[in-house]
Design a protein around this ligand. Structure first.
Ligand SMILES: [Zn+2]
Length: 385
């Protein structure tokens, strides 16, 4: 065994190189669209992993996304477990942002677009893997490292890729940054969002209102019923409301956006079933409604498999010299897709960061070595199973 303490030391020795490389990739703009930037980031890491001896595959993006990078390392244990690490190359920031607000550092904290979500994490993972190999790690089965290019837009292209590659994995380790307090993420809510469109019949509101069928009135009924779907472990958010055109005409159209989130798959399924029932049985005769699903992710549940991973990670954290915590998150990630397939998933294993998706996004540079050590130690331990 190499052990987390040795991996930490190896990472500490390369701190400056790690920071230089984080600066380099943070300064490449990589919004999800257009795909030029994510392709530049995924190619950058493809080269790094190729040099380290990985089989590198660029999986073509669909839906106009960039290509997804899959780097696979094969160890000596041919029938050994498959461990999958997942991260993403895209950020929420537009093209041109890096020129305005490039990578900077102050008092051990790094700033810049996507520094914690998640370019600092991608670089940490690369150096962690290199440290493992340099220290002679070879008693493993297969380690896959998947860097997709569309997580920030709900994985329109990579969802299938994640499911296909991850379904037989013994564990999926998601390398998103740790929470601001250092916690990892052991469960994530599932979500479903879409647009509810109601059509009615227009009529003059003064002359012959009886001929009208108000889409706004119908939508109001549906929104109240939908909001009532909220329960313990499940929330509803209605936004983007609009309806009708002019004050004296009965509205023939109305719409809103609906988002449902839940902690457990059973709650999620029951809420979305009821949502479908509400939106398909109009209250006012003569109106019609349609719920167009625009996206969402299944629930990443805290299940028995996660519990096992969490207890192994807690042991390794001691060796890595880092406090181990885990907590639920309301937001989704690449990890949500594998949990329903029965794969053990633990998220938030990257270095510690915060203020994600804002101009104040930051990464704690001191956390890189210990968190990288936790990740590396976890891979080593899981590979011996
Ligand atoms: Zn992210």
């Amino acid at each position: 065994m190499i052990g987390a303490a040795a991996i930490r030391k190896a990472l500490e020795a390369r701190k400056d190189e790690i920071i230089d490389q984080i600066a380099h990739v943070v300064n490449i703009d990589s919004p999800t669209f257009p795909s030029k930037g994510t392709n530049a980031v995924s190619s950058h890491f493809a080269e790094k992993y190729r040099t380290m001896g990985a089989d590198v595959e660029m999986i073509p993006g669909t839906h106009e996304t960039g290509d997804h990078l899959l780097a696979t390392f094969h160890g000596k244990r041919e029938t050994g477990p498959h461990i999958l690490l997942i991260g993403h190359c895209d950020t929420v920031f537009p093209e041109g942002i890096a020129a305005q607000r490039p990578f900077t550092m102050k008092d051990g904290i790094a700033y810049g677009p996507g520094v914690a979500d998640m370019k600092g994490c991608l670089v940490t993972c690369q150096f962690m893997m290199e440290a493992l190999l340099t220290e002679g790690f070879e008693e493993f089965g297969k380690i896959g490292i998947l860097y997709d290019t569309d997580e920030e837009r709900g994985n329109p292209s990579s969802r299938n890729v994640i499911e296909r590659i991850g379904k037989d994995a013994a564990a999926a380790l998601i390398i998103e940054s740790g929470r601001a307090n250092g916690s990892t993420v052991s469960s994530r809510k599932g979500s479903c969002f879409g647009r509810l469109l109601v059509s009615g019949v227009s009529a003059h509101a003064g002359v012959d209102p009886e001929k009208g069928r108000s889409a706004v009135h119908e939508l109001a009924h549906q929104m109240v019923a939908i909001q009532k779907l909220e329960r313990e472990g499940g929330t509803v958010n209605i936004t983007g409301l609009s309806g009708g055109h002019r004050p004296h005409i009965v509205a023939d159209e109305a719409s809103c956006h609906v988002e449902v989130r839940a902690e457990r798959q059973a709650i999620f399924d029951s809420m979305t079933d009821e949502l479908r029932r509400i939106t398909s049985s109009p209250h006012i005769e003569g109106t019609r409604s349609e719920f167009q699903i625009l996206g969402g992710r299944p629930v990443m549940e805290f299940n028995a498999e996660t519990e096992k991973l969490v207890s192994i990670a807690a042991e390794i954290a001691e060796d890595a010299g880092v406090e181990f915590m885990h907590a639920p998150s309301g937001g989704g990630s690449d990890g949500n897709y594998l949990s329903p397939l029965g794969v053990a998933v633990l998220d938030g294993l990257g270095p510690v960061g915060g203020n994600l998706h804002t101009d104040e996004e930051y990464l704690e540079l001191e956390s890189i070595a210990p968190r990288g050590a936790l990740l590396g130690g976890l891979i080593e331990r899981l590979s011996t199973k």
